[in-house]
Design a protein around this ligand. Structure first.
Ligand SMILES: [Cu+2]
Length: 481
């Protein structure tokens, strides 16, 4: 069980006064924005997508503009819908005045297409990622990954969802009407300056705890509302925050069914009434509103372990049934098959100590303690050489410091893995499928088993608390033939 509340006393440093800004919209007055769906254009056997990273501004508060970054728009980016088996070419143009990259979080792609720190796109320049989609239906996402500047660029608004479809997602009787009963939810938190701009100034406590905001954005809007029919709803949740760990629930304690984790569908739906996602993690859930009364509403609640709890989205059940919904839609009993990878397949075991205070407590000031195996990220150093196509077990350990207990969120590029155990116990059902990011509470030991792909290239592994990543809590593995 996560030490919810237990950590509270250590985190009093993260408290700060609420902003005096007046939101331009009354709470739950504006409709939930839905990121536009981009299905690509077909040419020469490829599906082509175009993204431009650009500056913009958004009116969130009265009498003020909030300067932002976005892909193809002022904040966030379009949802890229990819099809398994497709050859994809994504053209990226950088209209920012700084170097950026675009990383496809969760995509199993060759190293040069991964969009990590090695694929920098200078201001005014372009870049293309080409790959074949070869993994199950899933909700993934994309975001910048330039060395040392990821956190601020994401904070400014650079992020978008990726949806992969395949025969399994086609065949399942689940909601599929994007923006109507299949709803993407990018949840983030932000701090604002008095002039309405994002407050991205990293102080010492921010470095250790990550930057935690007091205002929630759902798809870029503060406290939006969503009108739905009396139907079964599918939400694709992304914790798109820099460093907050969210516990999601509904205001009436409704139960819901988790149907997918980071890398795709679970074997079967898992019933629950709360769901925890660390930065970078996704989940798809089904919420059954078929027996609700018209006019009823409920709220999506987000709670952080720092003690911030807020109603972030209002869901209003309309009297009319939506076009896409059919009464009496059951939640499927089975979703997909997932072959459990036998531990005996692993040809190597590696250990990774995630250290908040550094070894021997040295070098804590300035975030010098945030390391993996005592090292900070160095582009010139390959930390692990991995045989293409081999399977490995990685043992992750969030080293307790005794003084400041900080969770970490471990992410590997270019692969989907399975969790073998968390502190010696099998993972909960919702984490028994494909994963690319895993939360480690202080003192946690997590063993994951990773079937590496055949693609050669250099990839990152890192803490997905973005302030930690930028501080060097990252390493490189190279897949070699
Ligand atoms: Cu971390």
């Amino acid at each position: 069980m996560p030490p919810w509340g237990l950590l509270l006393c250590f985190l009093a440093l993260a408290a700060y006064p609420l902003s005096a800004l007046e939101p331009v919209q009354k709470a739950f007055d504006q409709p939930l924005p839905i990121p536009p769906l981009m299905t690509g254009t077909r040419a020469g056997g490829e599906t082509i997508y175009e993204l431009t990273a650009k500056t913009g501004s958004r009116i969130l508060f009265q009498d003020t503009d909030t300067p932002t970054y976005g892909y193809n728009g002022e904040y966030l980016g379009p949802t890229l819908r990819l099809r398994r088996g497709d050859q994809v070419r994504i053209r990226v143009h950088n209209s920012l005045e700084e170097t950026t990259t675009v990383h496809w979080h969760g995509m199993e792609v060759p190293g040069p297409a991964d969009g990590g720190p090695h694929q920098g796109i200078r201001a005014g320049a372009g870049w293309e990622a080409r790959f074949t989609v070869d993994q199950p239906a899933a909700t993934l996402w994309y975001h910048p990954h330039p060395l040392g500047h990821t956190a601020r660029q994401v904070y400014m608004g650079l992020a978008g969802l990726i949806i992969i479809e395949d025969e399994t997602s086609d065949s399942l009787g689940i909601p599929k009407s994007y923006g109507s009963n299949d709803i993407p939810l990018v949840i983030q938190d932000r701090r604002f300056q008095a002039d309405g701009s994002f407050s991205y100034g990293v102080t010492m406590p921010d470095l250790m705890h990550g930057l935690v905001g007091d205002t929630y954005l759902v798809n870029g809007a503060i406290k939006p509302a969503l009108s739905v029919g009396k139907e079964l709803l599918r939400f694709r949740l992304l914790n798109g925050s820099n460093s907050s760990i969210y516990r999601f629930s509904f205001s009436d304690d409704s139960s819901f069914a988790q149907i997918a984790s980071d890398g795709g569908f679970l074997k079967q739906p898992v019933g629950m009434s709360t769901l925890i996602l660390s930065p970078g993690e996704r989940a798809e859930i089904l919420v059954d509103l078929q027996n609700r009364t018209a006019g009823e509403s409920l709220f999506l609640i987000t709670e952080t372990f720092q003690g911030f709890r807020d109603e972030v989205l209002k869901i209003v059940v309309e009297s009319e049934q939506s076009d896409s919904g059919k009464a009496g839609n059951p939640i499927p009993k089975r979703l997909t098959s997932i072959a459990k990878i036998p531990e005996a397949n692993a040809r190597k075991t590696r250990h990774f100590d995630l250290e908040t205070m550094g070894r021997g407590g040295m070098g804590m000031m300035g975030g010098g303690g945030l390391t993996i195996n005592g090292r900070k990220m160095d582009m010139r150093r390959i930390d692990a050489e991995v045989q293409a196509g081999s399977t490995e077990v990685w043992e992750l350990f969030n080293t307790p410091t005794g003084m400041m207990e900080i969770p970490h969120s471990f992410h590997l590029h270019g692969v989907q893995f399975q969790i073998l155990d968390i502190n010696g116990k099998a993972p909960p059902s919702g984490e028994s499928g494909w994963k690319d990011t895993v939360l480690l509470w202080p003192g946690d030991r997590v063993r994951i088993i990773i079937p590496f792909r055949e693609f050669p290239g250099i990839y990152m592994y890192h803490c997905h608390l973005l302030e930690h990543e930028d501080e060097g809590m990252m390493g490189q593995f190279e897949v070699v033939p």
